[in-house]
Design a protein. Structure first.
Length: 192
């Protein structure tokens, strides 16, 4: 859960980022005391450059100094979100369709429950196929799902994730933390 000050800082930085043509991916405070670090992750559709990050550092510093969210000193780090980029906003999830992700819910849910979403075999296309044989085996409450984001439903704010051969519909407001599960493919570089 974010503190009230973190939410205010996040909202102010989102406005400033949009005005500068950036997407504010996320922010986090790490460490404590004299070694506290404020990390601000930004992105741009056309990608980031070192000059772009350096320029963003200036307007991000202005917003942070104006709001002064924490007493004492801290180090500001501005960077790309990296390969395991966080998914925080609805827009982030829309862009992530087709990507593998790790999603943690606010509270553990039975994978067959309404709060955890609907469950149906991944191959279910409404035909006469038999249900997935493993569908009833995992009845333990689940806090974390790892799988392919296969769709988003903006009307119901549902994220559809295929995990363990089963389609799970997870409610957006029940997601505590989510990130892309980055993959590096060194094999394709050898073939070129």
């Amino acid at each position: 859960m974010r503190s009230k000050k973190e939410v205010q800082l996040l909202e102010a930085l989102e406005v400033a980022a949009a005005a500068q043509g950036f997407d504010l991916v996320d922010l986090e405070f790490a460490g404590s005391g004299k070694s506290t670090v404020l990390r601000v992750y930004i992105n741009k559709d056309e990608g980031l450059t070192i000059d772009g990050i350096a320029g963003a550092n200036a307007w991000i510093s202005e917003v942070v100094e104006r709001l002064d969210p924490y007493k004492g000193s801290y180090t500001l780090e501005v960077s790309s979100p990296g390969i395991d980029r966080p998914l925080r906003t609805w827009k982030h999830f829309e862009r992530a369709v087709g990507e593998e992700a790790v999603i943690t819910l606010e509270s553990a849910q039975d994978s067959r429950s309404d709060a955890g979403g609907e469950e149906k075999p991944a191959s279910d296309a409404g035909g006469d196929e038999k249900p997935h044989t493993d569908a009833g085996k995992d009845k333990k409450p689940r806090l974390k799902y790892t799988g392919l984001i296969t769709g988003v439903d903006p009307d119901q704010l549902l994220i559809t994730l295929e995990a363990d051969g089963i389609q799970h519909q997870l409610k957006f407001n029940q997601i505590r933390k989510a990130k892309i599960k980055g993959r590096l493919d060194f094999e394709s570089r050898r073939d070129s």
